[in-house]
Each structure stands twice: as C-alpha cells, then as structure tokens.
Design a protein around this ligand. Structure first.
Ligand code: PLP
Length: 374
C-alpha cells in the first residue's frame, strides 16, 4: 500500500469537540440526553424544519424513514441508479423493490423525467440524493411527488451546507435523512439524523428509534423498532461541528474554485461540474471529474504521487452483485448515463484544511497521468 500524502477527505476535529467529550465524562452522562437534544435543536434551526431526530447513522435513518412511510412487501420505491448502497438497500430491507432510474449526465443527480416514467401503481416513495453536495432539482422532484401523491424521501447524506434557490437544503422531503459519518461535511464520527415537518411521522420516528417503545411505556413495544439512539459523545462532537459548518463550506468552495480554474485553463478533455450561481451553493462534499482511463489514473495517483481519490460510485447500483445476481430484471437493466458516469467518475481530494498548493499538486499529477495514459 502506498503512503498517502494527500488524503481524499480529512475531518476537522479540534479542542471544541474534545471539551464536549470531557464534559460528558465529568458529568458521567453518556447515553442520549441533553447534548443530543441540543444537537437536534441546532440542526432543526439550521435547516428550518420542525423536527430533527438524531440517530446512530445515515443507513438506519433511511430504514426508519421507510418504515414510517409504511413501505412494505412488494412496494416499489424509485431510487437513482448512482448513489450509495444504503439508498437502495434500505428499500430492500422492507422487502420492497428498488426501481432504479437514470441520472442526469451533467449533475449526476436523479433524472426527474426518468423518475416520472418509472412511476407505477405500486410506487410508494421516491428517494433522491444531492450528489456530492450539489442540489438536485428539488422543486421538480417535490412537484412530481405532489402530482402523483407519492411521498418524497431526501437522502441528504451529502447535502448539508448546500443551497437551492437561496435556501439551505437537507430537509426537503416528506422525510429526509442525513449522515454524519467521519468523511461527511460535518461529522459525529458515526451518526445520522431524520427531519420532517409532519408531527405524526415525528412521533413514530421517536418510537422506532428506541426499539419500538413509546416514551414512558417501558418494555411495551408498539412498533418494529431498532436501537438507533445517538450517544452524548457523538452529539457533543456534532454541536461543535455544526458551528463550524459555514467555515467548512466556504473552504471547500475555495478549493473547488481553484480546481475549476486549473481545469478550465488546461486543454485536457476532463469534465468538471458546471459552477452554479451563488443561489445554488454546492457544498462540495465531493469534487467529481469525468476522466478517460479512470481506473489506471486513480491507481497511479496513489502509487506514484501519494494522492488518494474515491470512485463514488464504480457501478450503477443495479449492477451490484446483491441485485444483479438475484434478479433478471436488474441484470438486463440499462441506465446509459449512470453507466457512462460510473465508468469515468473520479472524486478528487477536498477537505477544509486542504492547502491550495496541494490542490495544484493534485491537478499537476492528474495532468501528468492523463497525458501518459490517454
Ligand atoms: C447518499 C448516502 N446515503 C446514505 C449513506 C449512509 O450513511 P452512513 O454511512 O452514516 O450509514 C451515505 C454515507 O456514506 C451516503 O453517502
């Protein structure tokens, strides 16, 4: 394994986070309590949403969201074909059927027309993500849900810090879910959150987060639930991180701007995302490029230059063995944009503490590898 000189992500944790941990130890408060409540309140305020429920990760957040929407056996849920596995596996967990639709070739987000075409009588929800922190066409998706009376789930694992038409995004679905995994824009190490404006959903999510046990009804279980509670230690870290979010996003945008400049000046046939107007702020959780001979280049970037990258994601989800090995309909599926993008996409290092000279190093290494390998 080559030594990593420039990582693809690097969480920024400091003394503020540590002081929260110390406080929990001093007060001997570790399981879900005041810090979890405070973190939920801060997130709800930031996203301007009525209810925020902290959970242990973004995958379980999706599971609870779909259970709350009563997704069950044989129901269909529309999912973009290029996303993290949890967006789809959470559907399969309900014994429901993920119906994969193509993505937009320019934004890598769900193609809303393809989503509309895939709607059937069995469609019970539509899941969308904001790939790499770049907002989907949220108005069109919400309108689609309204038109067909289908609930929308925003898997906002990558959305925090982004803006759509001047508004912060992440709580735009009937139910939305988030991840605070180590590499995300803000982290609680592991963690997640569920957002909704619907009081009925909120009450049920609270129960399902706590092994199906309503408040004040110890050992009485009204719903199928799981233990998805967040600890005070994770929430304390989250409280410090949310206060740094704007700074993080600004730094990520400065790095992206430098990459944009370097790629636009070069004559290389490498595609980067189009820059949005300031009303559509990209949070730049990822900085994706489309590059020919991607696999070889990614390997050499690490081996020869110590630069780590990510291929998010290497194939459309329906090609993942857990789907393609089991169902003929997935084996024969064809989403051309997702195929093209997953074949060429490469996510470059980007993190708040990244130095501009390291951005230049990454660019120069890519240039060298591109010329050698194309
Ligand atoms: C789009 C998307 N959905 C869901 C998840 C799952 O979140 P977690 O890793 O917190 O379970 C992730 C995290 O990587 C993600 O990127």
């Amino acid at each position: 394994m080559s030594k990593v000189l420039i990582p693809w992500a690097d969480p920024f944790l400091g003394k503020e986070e540590l002081s929260h941990i110390h406080e929990s130890f001093k007060n001997q408060r570790f399981t879900s309590g005041q810090k979890v409540k405070k973190f939920e309140k801060l997130m709800a305020k930031y996203l301007n949403v009525d209810y925020a429920i902290a959970v242990s990760n973004g995958t379980v957040a999706l599971d609870i969201a779909l259970k709350t929407l009563k997704i069950g056996i044989g129901d269909e849920v529309i999912v973009p074909s290029m996303t993290y596995i949890s967006s789809a596996s959470s559907v399969s967990y309900q014994n429901a059927i993920p119906v994969f639709v193509d993505i937009d070739k320019k934004t890598f987000n769900i193609d809303v027309k393809s989503a509309e075409k895939a709607i059937s009588k069995k469609t019970k929800a539509i899941i969308f993500i904001d790939y790499g922190g770049n907002a989907s066409n949220i108005d069109e998706i919400i309108n689609l849900g309204k038109k067909y009376n289908i609930p929308i789930v925003q898997d906002a694992a990558q959305s925090l810090g982004a803006k759509y038409r001047g508004k912060k995004i992440g709580a735009n679905g009937d139910i939305s879910t988030m991840s605070f995994h180590m590499a995300k824009i803000i982290t609680t190490i592991e963690g997640g959150m569920i957002f909704t404006n619907n009081k009925k959903y909120y009450d049920e999510i609270l129960i399902r987060r706590n092994i199906g046990e309503p408040k004040n009804k110890k050992y009485k279980h009204t719903h199928l639930g799981t233990n998805a509670r967040m600890t005070e230690l994770n929430a304390g870290i989250g409280i410090s991180q949310i206060q740094k979010l704007e700074k993080f996003v600004k730094k990520r945008n400065a790095i992206a701007k430098r990459y944009d400049y370097l790629f636009s000046k070069s004559k290389l046939n490498i595609q980067v995302l189009k820059r949005n107007s300031s009303k559509f702020r990209n949070a730049y959780f990822l900085y994706p490029i489309l590059i020919k001979n991607r696999d070889k280049i990614a390997k050499n970037l690490l081996k020869r230059h110590g630069i780590d990258t990510r291929i998010a994601y290497p194939m459309p989800i329906y090609k993942q063995p857990m789907y393609s090995n089991n169902l003929k309909s997935y084996k024969n599926k064809n989403c051309p944009n997702a195929i093209f993008v997953t074949k060429n996409i490469l996510n470059l290092p980007i993190y708040p503490n990244m130095k501009i000279k390291d951005v230049d190093k990454v660019f120069n290494a890519i240039k060298e590898e591109y010329i050698t390998n194309n």
